[in-house]
Design a protein around this ligand. Structure first.
Ligand SMILES: NC(=O)c1ccc[n+]([C@@H]2O[C@H](COP(=O)([O-])OP(=O)(O)OC[C@H]3O[C@@H](n4cnc5c(N)ncnc54)[C@H](OP(=O)(O)O)[C@@H]3O)[C@@H](O)[C@H]2O)c1
Length: 230
């Protein structure tokens, strides 16, 4: 791992966006604009990961986590010594999640990244197998400590499936290594539509720089693979 002074999982963002750079429409509907090829690409990324990280807004929009369903991909996981399904790790500062979400019925490991107060209602209950509550002195999630706690629990590769708030939080602390962006052939527009990275952003002189590793075109979609240049 390049230039990090602590052990943490390798992190890969995987997102599909419109040609104008939106990851959902202005109503924040779950994205259904990717092709079957993009869905297969997403499933392959999920299938190689030990853990899948996503924000509470992404979970609330879709109600379920992205599982591995293709038997060949499950078999390949088992051959690599991975469990059938990666850990599904939802991130919320407040801990305010509906315990009746379909997510909790899915046959996957459910993990939670939150603050101490956000974790309290879930402690001692069966909804989450792991609960991380590392906080910074400024009362936000301590991402460095959270990620450092993961390799001993088997998380060496983490796929970050959005949304823009979670990706922004990790990028702000230089905790993202790679990005897969699928550019889909539609325009969503709208100032309130989420983008791959929200947060405060950077001035152009200070913006994180990327190296383009590959570009693949399949029909009208472009599959971009970037590495964070450090
Ligand atoms: N096209 C795609 O590939 C794709 C992928 C994923 C999502 N999406 C779409 O994107 C939208 C959601 O994205 P989003 O950016 O609005 O939200 P998000 O990143 O999924 O989740 C935001 C939530 O995460 C928590 N959070 C925010 N900042 C945090 C931080 N610094 N540390 C810890 N927790 C933090 C907060 O949870 P609490 O409020 O619970 O405290 C916040 O409300 C949805 O419409 C979804 O369908 C699209």
């Amino acid at each position: 791992m390049a230039e990090t002074t602590f052990q943490r999982p390798r992190t890969t963002v995987v997102l599909a966006m419109s040609a104008d750079g939106k990851i959902a429409d202005a109503q924040h509907s779950p994205p259904e604009f990717g092709s079957a090829e993009d869905y297969a690409h997403l499933e392959r990324q999920v299938a190689t990961a030990d853990g899948i990280l996503f924000g509470s807004a992404t979970l609330k929009a879709g109600e379920t986590a992205m599982r591995v369903v293709t038997q060949d991909l499950i078999n390949a996981r088992l051959e690599r010594g991975q469990p059938k399904q990666p850990a599904q790790i939802v991130c919320t500062r407040s801990g305010d999640l509906d315990p009746n979400l379909r997510f909790f019925q899915q046959a996957v490991p459910h993990w939670l990244v939150t603050m101490k107060a956000g974790g309290q209602p879930w402690q001692g209950k069966s909804h989450f197998e792991q609960i991380f509550t590392y906080e910074t002195p400024t009362q936000s999630i301590d991402w460095v400590q959270t990620l450092q706690a993961m390799p001993p629990l088997g998380i060496r590769k983490l796929a970050v499936l959005g949304g823009g708030q979670i990706v922004a939080a990790l990028l702000a602390e230089d905790l993202i290594d790679e990005l897969y962006l699928t550019v889909c052939p539609l325009l969503l527009g709208g100032t309130s539509a989420p983008t791959p990275i929200s947060g405060k952003g950077w001035l152009q002189q200070e913006a994180p720089r990327l190296e383009l590793l590959s570009v693949k075109q399949v029909k009208d979609e472009l599959f971009l693979h970037y590495r964070r240049r450090r």
